[in-house]
Design a protein around this ligand. Structure first.
Ligand SMILES: [Zn+2]
Length: 325
Protein backbone atom coordinates (compact mmCIF):
# COMPACT_ATOMS: atom_id res chain seq x y z
CA UNK A 1 0.00 0.00 0.00
CA UNK A 2 1.23 3.43 -0.87
CA UNK A 3 2.64 5.71 1.79
CA UNK A 4 1.16 9.19 1.68
CA UNK A 5 3.41 12.24 2.06
CA UNK A 6 2.98 15.99 1.65
CA UNK A 7 5.06 18.51 -0.27
CA UNK A 8 4.57 22.20 0.11
CA UNK A 9 5.84 24.90 -2.22
CA UNK A 10 5.95 28.00 -0.03
CA UNK A 11 3.82 31.06 -0.85
CA UNK A 12 1.92 31.73 -4.07
CA UNK A 13 2.74 33.19 -7.46
CA UNK A 14 1.37 36.58 -6.46
CA UNK A 15 2.79 36.76 -2.96
CA UNK A 16 4.32 40.22 -2.57
CA UNK A 17 7.98 40.57 -1.73
CA UNK A 18 8.95 36.91 -2.08
CA UNK A 19 11.06 37.13 -5.21
CA UNK A 20 14.51 37.55 -6.70
CA UNK A 21 15.70 41.14 -7.23
CA UNK A 22 14.89 40.74 -10.94
CA UNK A 23 11.36 39.55 -10.26
CA UNK A 24 11.31 35.73 -10.30
CA UNK A 25 8.71 34.73 -7.73
CA UNK A 26 9.80 32.47 -4.91
CA UNK A 27 6.75 30.26 -5.39
CA UNK A 28 7.71 29.51 -8.99
CA UNK A 29 11.17 28.37 -7.86
CA UNK A 30 9.66 26.32 -5.02
CA UNK A 31 7.14 24.85 -7.45
CA UNK A 32 9.84 23.75 -9.92
CA UNK A 33 11.68 21.95 -7.14
CA UNK A 34 8.46 20.29 -5.90
CA UNK A 35 7.64 19.10 -9.41
CA UNK A 36 11.11 17.61 -9.74
CA UNK A 37 10.84 15.92 -6.35
CA UNK A 38 7.60 14.33 -7.50
CA UNK A 39 9.24 13.14 -10.71
CA UNK A 40 12.19 11.67 -8.84
CA UNK A 41 9.87 9.87 -6.41
CA UNK A 42 7.66 8.38 -9.10
CA UNK A 43 9.56 5.06 -8.96
CA UNK A 44 8.38 4.56 -5.37
CA UNK A 45 5.03 3.41 -4.07
CA UNK A 46 4.09 6.85 -2.73
CA UNK A 47 1.06 9.06 -2.86
CA UNK A 48 2.15 12.68 -2.84
CA UNK A 49 -0.15 15.55 -2.03
CA UNK A 50 0.66 19.23 -2.53
CA UNK A 51 -0.39 21.63 0.20
CA UNK A 52 -0.06 24.77 -1.88
CA UNK A 53 -2.25 25.64 -4.81
CA UNK A 54 -0.11 23.88 -7.39
CA UNK A 55 -0.83 26.43 -10.08
CA UNK A 56 0.20 29.18 -7.69
CA UNK A 57 -3.02 31.12 -8.31
CA UNK A 58 -3.62 31.72 -4.65
CA UNK A 59 -1.26 31.80 -1.74
CA UNK A 60 -2.99 29.04 0.22
CA UNK A 61 -3.17 30.12 3.85
CA UNK A 62 -0.85 28.42 6.30
CA UNK A 63 -3.91 27.36 8.32
CA UNK A 64 -5.42 25.65 5.27
CA UNK A 65 -2.15 23.95 4.36
CA UNK A 66 -1.71 22.74 7.93
CA UNK A 67 -5.30 21.47 8.18
CA UNK A 68 -4.95 19.72 4.83
CA UNK A 69 -2.01 17.57 5.80
CA UNK A 70 -3.16 16.84 9.33
CA UNK A 71 -6.49 15.63 7.91
CA UNK A 72 -5.02 13.65 5.04
CA UNK A 73 -3.04 11.15 7.12
CA UNK A 74 0.34 11.84 5.50
CA UNK A 75 3.44 10.31 7.06
CA UNK A 76 5.67 13.36 6.68
CA UNK A 77 5.79 16.84 5.27
CA UNK A 78 8.56 18.77 3.57
CA UNK A 79 8.06 22.45 2.83
CA UNK A 80 10.19 23.88 0.04
CA UNK A 81 11.44 27.48 0.16
CA UNK A 82 14.17 29.78 -1.05
CA UNK A 83 15.74 32.35 1.19
CA UNK A 84 16.22 36.11 0.94
CA UNK A 85 18.27 38.51 2.97
CA UNK A 86 16.94 41.78 1.58
CA UNK A 87 15.37 42.89 -1.67
CA UNK A 88 18.60 43.77 -3.44
CA UNK A 89 21.59 41.72 -4.57
CA UNK A 90 23.83 40.56 -1.76
CA UNK A 91 26.50 38.05 -0.98
CA UNK A 92 24.15 35.96 1.17
CA UNK A 93 24.62 32.27 0.45
CA UNK A 94 23.80 28.78 1.66
CA UNK A 95 21.15 26.25 2.51
CA UNK A 96 19.26 25.58 5.74
CA UNK A 97 16.80 23.01 7.01
CA UNK A 98 14.38 23.87 9.80
CA UNK A 99 12.50 21.88 12.37
CA UNK A 100 10.18 23.47 14.90
CA UNK A 101 11.57 24.55 18.28
CA UNK A 102 10.73 21.26 19.96
CA UNK A 103 11.84 18.78 17.35
CA UNK A 104 10.94 15.15 17.81
CA UNK A 105 13.69 12.60 17.15
CA UNK A 106 12.01 11.95 13.80
CA UNK A 107 12.00 15.65 12.89
CA UNK A 108 15.70 15.81 13.68
CA UNK A 109 16.49 12.68 11.70
CA UNK A 110 14.58 13.81 8.61
CA UNK A 111 16.22 17.24 8.81
CA UNK A 112 19.69 15.80 9.10
CA UNK A 113 19.30 13.39 6.20
CA UNK A 114 17.96 16.07 3.85
CA UNK A 115 20.36 18.78 5.02
CA UNK A 116 23.47 16.66 4.42
CA UNK A 117 22.30 15.83 0.93
CA UNK A 118 21.48 19.47 0.16
CA UNK A 119 24.97 20.56 1.10
CA UNK A 120 26.49 17.73 -0.93
CA UNK A 121 24.33 18.02 -4.05
CA UNK A 122 23.80 21.77 -4.40
CA UNK A 123 27.39 22.63 -3.53
CA UNK A 124 26.10 25.59 -1.54
CA UNK A 125 27.39 26.47 1.90
CA UNK A 126 25.70 24.66 4.77
CA UNK A 127 24.27 27.21 7.18
CA UNK A 128 23.08 24.51 9.54
CA UNK A 129 19.98 22.74 10.80
CA UNK A 130 17.93 25.37 12.57
CA UNK A 131 14.81 25.66 14.68
CA UNK A 132 11.91 28.01 14.24
CA UNK A 133 8.22 27.65 14.91
CA UNK A 134 7.15 28.12 11.32
CA UNK A 135 3.41 27.50 11.27
CA UNK A 136 3.56 24.77 8.65
CA UNK A 137 5.92 22.49 10.61
CA UNK A 138 4.90 23.41 14.14
CA UNK A 139 3.41 20.13 15.40
CA UNK A 140 4.79 16.89 16.74
CA UNK A 141 2.43 14.38 15.18
CA UNK A 142 4.46 13.62 12.07
CA UNK A 143 8.00 14.48 10.97
CA UNK A 144 8.06 17.90 9.35
CA UNK A 145 10.86 20.05 7.99
CA UNK A 146 11.15 23.29 6.04
CA UNK A 147 14.02 23.65 3.59
CA UNK A 148 15.64 26.86 2.39
CA UNK A 149 17.48 26.01 -0.79
CA UNK A 150 19.66 29.09 -1.28
CA UNK A 151 19.31 32.88 -1.44
CA UNK A 152 17.21 34.46 -4.17
CA UNK A 153 19.10 37.72 -3.71
CA UNK A 154 22.48 36.06 -3.32
CA UNK A 155 24.54 36.71 -6.42
CA UNK A 156 26.12 33.28 -6.26
CA UNK A 157 23.05 31.33 -5.20
CA UNK A 158 20.80 33.00 -7.79
CA UNK A 159 22.69 31.36 -10.65
CA UNK A 160 22.28 27.95 -9.09
CA UNK A 161 18.68 28.10 -7.93
CA UNK A 162 17.42 29.42 -11.27
CA UNK A 163 19.28 26.72 -13.23
CA UNK A 164 17.90 23.34 -14.21
CA UNK A 165 20.90 21.59 -12.63
CA UNK A 166 20.59 23.52 -9.38
CA UNK A 167 16.87 22.83 -9.07
CA UNK A 168 17.48 19.18 -9.76
CA UNK A 169 20.18 19.04 -7.07
CA UNK A 170 17.75 20.51 -4.52
CA UNK A 171 15.02 18.08 -5.62
CA UNK A 172 17.39 15.10 -5.54
CA UNK A 173 18.41 15.93 -1.96
CA UNK A 174 14.81 16.01 -0.80
CA UNK A 175 13.58 13.01 -2.80
CA UNK A 176 16.49 10.82 -1.77
CA UNK A 177 16.17 12.09 1.78
CA UNK A 178 12.51 11.13 1.93
CA UNK A 179 13.19 7.69 0.42
CA UNK A 180 16.03 7.07 2.87
CA UNK A 181 14.04 8.32 5.86
CA UNK A 182 11.09 6.10 5.03
CA UNK A 183 13.33 3.16 4.05
CA UNK A 184 11.68 2.85 0.66
CA UNK A 185 12.69 0.54 -2.14
CA UNK A 186 12.00 1.46 -5.69
CA UNK A 187 9.14 -0.46 -7.18
CA UNK A 188 11.47 -1.32 -10.06
CA UNK A 189 14.03 -2.75 -7.62
CA UNK A 190 11.36 -4.91 -6.10
CA UNK A 191 10.61 -6.28 -9.53
CA UNK A 192 14.30 -6.87 -10.11
CA UNK A 193 14.37 -9.01 -6.96
CA UNK A 194 11.86 -11.33 -8.50
CA UNK A 195 13.26 -14.62 -9.67
CA UNK A 196 12.49 -16.18 -13.02
CA UNK A 197 12.71 -19.84 -13.84
CA UNK A 198 14.03 -20.72 -17.30
CA UNK A 199 13.49 -24.26 -18.51
CA UNK A 200 13.22 -26.57 -21.49
CA UNK A 201 12.48 -30.20 -22.22
CA UNK A 202 13.82 -32.86 -24.54
CA UNK A 203 11.22 -33.89 -27.12
CA UNK A 204 11.20 -37.64 -27.92
CA UNK A 205 9.70 -37.12 -31.39
CA UNK A 206 11.90 -34.29 -32.66
CA UNK A 207 14.78 -35.77 -30.65
CA UNK A 208 16.06 -32.41 -29.52
CA UNK A 209 15.86 -29.82 -26.78
CA UNK A 210 12.94 -27.49 -27.33
CA UNK A 211 13.44 -23.74 -26.86
CA UNK A 212 13.67 -22.31 -23.36
CA UNK A 213 10.52 -21.08 -21.68
CA UNK A 214 10.29 -18.48 -18.91
CA UNK A 215 7.94 -18.95 -15.94
CA UNK A 216 4.37 -19.68 -16.94
CA UNK A 217 4.45 -17.39 -19.97
CA UNK A 218 4.40 -20.60 -21.98
CA UNK A 219 4.89 -24.29 -21.26
CA UNK A 220 7.77 -26.53 -22.33
CA UNK A 221 6.79 -29.42 -24.56
CA UNK A 222 4.69 -30.35 -27.55
CA UNK A 223 1.39 -32.07 -26.76
CA UNK A 224 1.52 -35.64 -28.00
CA UNK A 225 5.33 -35.82 -27.82
CA UNK A 226 6.75 -37.54 -24.74
CA UNK A 227 9.27 -35.63 -22.68
CA UNK A 228 12.52 -37.44 -21.93
CA UNK A 229 14.50 -34.81 -20.08
CA UNK A 230 14.33 -31.45 -18.35
CA UNK A 231 16.82 -28.62 -17.98
CA UNK A 232 16.18 -25.66 -15.67
CA UNK A 233 17.78 -22.75 -13.90
CA UNK A 234 16.73 -19.69 -11.93
CA UNK A 235 17.84 -16.11 -12.56
CA UNK A 236 18.93 -16.08 -8.90
CA UNK A 237 19.49 -18.96 -6.47
CA UNK A 238 19.37 -22.68 -7.14
CA UNK A 239 16.80 -25.08 -8.47
CA UNK A 240 17.12 -28.77 -7.62
CA UNK A 241 15.09 -31.33 -9.52
CA UNK A 242 14.69 -34.96 -10.46
CA UNK A 243 12.61 -36.99 -12.87
CA UNK A 244 11.17 -40.48 -12.80
CA UNK A 245 11.15 -42.43 -16.05
CA UNK A 246 8.32 -44.71 -17.07
CA UNK A 247 8.76 -48.27 -15.96
CA UNK A 248 11.95 -47.25 -14.14
CA UNK A 249 12.98 -45.17 -11.15
CA UNK A 250 13.74 -41.70 -9.90
CA UNK A 251 17.00 -40.55 -11.45
CA UNK A 252 19.65 -38.70 -9.40
CA UNK A 253 18.72 -35.13 -8.59
CA UNK A 254 20.22 -32.34 -10.65
CA UNK A 255 21.23 -28.83 -9.62
CA UNK A 256 20.59 -26.03 -12.11
CA UNK A 257 22.17 -26.85 -15.48
CA UNK A 258 25.11 -28.83 -14.14
CA UNK A 259 23.38 -31.74 -15.91
CA UNK A 260 19.93 -32.42 -17.28
CA UNK A 261 17.40 -34.70 -15.60
CA UNK A 262 16.41 -37.66 -17.75
CA UNK A 263 17.66 -40.20 -20.22
CA UNK A 264 17.29 -39.65 -23.95
CA UNK A 265 14.76 -42.12 -25.30
CA UNK A 266 13.08 -42.79 -21.93
CA UNK A 267 9.75 -41.04 -21.37
CA UNK A 268 9.31 -39.41 -17.98
CA UNK A 269 6.24 -39.82 -15.82
CA UNK A 270 7.25 -37.95 -12.67
CA UNK A 271 8.93 -34.62 -11.91
CA UNK A 272 9.88 -32.98 -8.64
CA UNK A 273 11.58 -29.67 -8.04
CA UNK A 274 12.58 -27.35 -5.24
CA UNK A 275 14.58 -24.17 -4.70
CA UNK A 276 16.91 -22.95 -1.93
CA UNK A 277 15.64 -19.37 -2.34
CA UNK A 278 12.93 -17.78 -0.18
CA UNK A 279 10.56 -18.31 -3.09
CA UNK A 280 8.38 -21.32 -3.79
CA UNK A 281 8.35 -23.26 -7.03
CA UNK A 282 4.98 -24.23 -8.39
CA UNK A 283 5.09 -26.81 -11.13
CA UNK A 284 2.72 -29.03 -13.02
CA UNK A 285 2.76 -31.52 -15.86
CA UNK A 286 0.53 -32.32 -18.80
CA UNK A 287 -0.48 -35.94 -19.35
CA UNK A 288 0.07 -37.16 -22.92
CA UNK A 289 -2.70 -39.73 -23.08
CA UNK A 290 -5.25 -38.08 -20.80
CA UNK A 291 -4.54 -34.77 -22.58
CA UNK A 292 -4.82 -32.71 -19.40
CA UNK A 293 -2.84 -30.69 -16.90
CA UNK A 294 -2.61 -32.07 -13.38
CA UNK A 295 -2.89 -29.59 -10.49
CA UNK A 296 0.12 -27.42 -9.54
CA UNK A 297 2.34 -28.95 -6.86
CA UNK A 298 4.89 -27.36 -4.54
CA UNK A 299 6.43 -30.23 -2.61
CA UNK A 300 9.57 -32.32 -3.08
CA UNK A 301 8.98 -35.83 -1.82
CA UNK A 302 8.84 -38.96 -3.98
CA UNK A 303 6.60 -40.66 -1.39
CA UNK A 304 3.93 -37.97 -1.58
CA UNK A 305 1.92 -38.51 -4.74
CA UNK A 306 -0.43 -35.64 -3.80
CA UNK A 307 1.99 -32.73 -3.54
CA UNK A 308 5.49 -34.28 -3.48
CA UNK A 309 5.91 -34.54 -7.24
CA UNK A 310 4.02 -33.81 -10.44
CA UNK A 311 2.74 -36.73 -12.48
CA UNK A 312 1.10 -40.10 -12.20
CA UNK A 313 3.67 -42.86 -12.42
CA UNK A 314 2.94 -44.96 -15.49
CA UNK A 315 1.47 -42.08 -17.50
CA UNK A 316 3.78 -40.25 -19.90
CA UNK A 317 4.29 -36.52 -19.63
CA UNK A 318 4.26 -34.35 -22.77
CA UNK A 319 4.65 -30.87 -21.24
CA UNK A 320 5.72 -29.15 -18.05
CA UNK A 321 5.15 -25.72 -16.62
CA UNK A 322 6.96 -23.98 -13.75
CA UNK A 323 6.55 -20.67 -11.96
CA UNK A 324 8.23 -18.96 -9.01
CA UNK A 325 5.93 -17.46 -6.38
ZN1 LIG B 1 9.72 31.25 1.50
Amino acid sequence: MSIKIALDAGHGLNTAGKQTPDGIKEWSLNDKVCDKIQELLCGYDLEIIRLDNDEGRVDESLQNRFAKYIKSGVKLIVSIHHNALKSDWSSATGVEVYTDKNPTAEDAKLAEIIYNKMVAYTGLRGRGIKQSDFYIINQDRIPAVLCEGGFMDGENDYKIITSEAGQKAYAKSVSEGIAEFLGLNKVADKQKNEIDVIYQVWDSVQKRWLPNVKNDEDYAGVFGHSVCGAFANLTSGNIIYAVHYKGGKWLPEVRNRSDYAGIYGKSIDGLMMKTDTEKTLKYRIHLKKAKKWLPWVTGYNKKDSENGYAGILGQEIDAIQIKVV
